[in-house]
Write a protein that binds this ligand. Sequence first.
Ligand SMILES: NC(=O)c1ccc[n+]([C@@H]2O[C@H](COP(=O)([O-])OP(=O)(O)OC[C@H]3O[C@@H](n4cnc5c(N)ncnc54)[C@H](OP(=O)(O)O)[C@@H]3O)[C@@H](O)[C@H]2O)c1
Length: 267
Amino acid sequence: MVGWQSYFAGKRVWVTGASSGIGEALVRHLGEAGVVTIASARRVDRLERLASHYSSVHALELDLAQKSALSQAVNTAWEIDGGVDVLVSNAGISQRALFLESDPEALERVIEIDLLGTMRLTQLVAARMAHQGSGHLVAISSVVARIPAPLRTAYAAAKLGLHGLYDSLRGELGPLGIDISIALPGAVRTEISHHAVTATGEQHGEMDANQESGDRPERSARAILRGVARKRREFLVSMTPKLWLGVVLRGVAPGLLWRTLAKVSVT
Ligand SMILES: NC(=O)c1ccc[n+]([C@@H]2O[C@H](COP(=O)([O-])OP(=O)(O)OC[C@H]3O[C@@H](n4cnc5c(N)ncnc54)[C@H](OP(=O)(O)O)[C@@H]3O)[C@@H](O)[C@H]2O)c1
């Protein structure tokens, strides 16, 4: 076996946000490679349909906003095959709303799912991994962590929060045998803009142009699995030339980046 498959062989992987987009594509790749994989999200019908194609894939309902249900979900995940070696914290919702027009509850929902829910699950899983003496925690962040853009205030705050959390954990969990990776996708053709929160907290309900022209989820997921298998600490995937330009400008001429972002219309 070569490539990322050899790293994942014999490991048990838990992917959150597996009912669509990048998470579903991650599960498909892992399932095709015969890796024991737990696929989690709220839309269980989709998870069960996905799991029915692969004997090594198991569906497990999970709502990251349901704080009290997380501990039972972790118990169930551990019961499936006696443990979890890799947690891919991929579940998330985006935002399409101006800060000044947003209901505070709409902003808080993004933070609740993308940061707090992920942090709570990470803590429960990391404790078990520490007991196992090994593990790999993977966060799916976003290029907005490098180029925070208009209409994405809470989303960028949540993703940057994940960087703070996962980067701090390197020092605490590295000595316990737990690796940490953060993947930052650029633009991927998924349901993300459809489910994004508007100023009133409703779903945006549209496929934005950036998403429509984005990378295929299968390609993005393969790049993520390769980065994880190489234990890369932080890596960008599914980048467009415009996004690369933004990342470079952030490094060499941040003032120009902020002035440009204030002028361009971001969807
Ligand atoms: N697509 C992009 O261009 C892009 C760019 C940068 C970063 N990302 C990141 O990539 C990750 C995956 O997004 P995607 O693009 O694949 O979008 P997606 O198709 O909308 O997938 C999001 C997943 O998150 C799950 N989810 C949402 N709320 C949840 C909750 N409360 N509890 C548990 N699961 C929940 C959804 O499942 P249910 O609704 O069934 O619960 C779904 O499976 C996200 O973290 C996103 O921020 C995406």
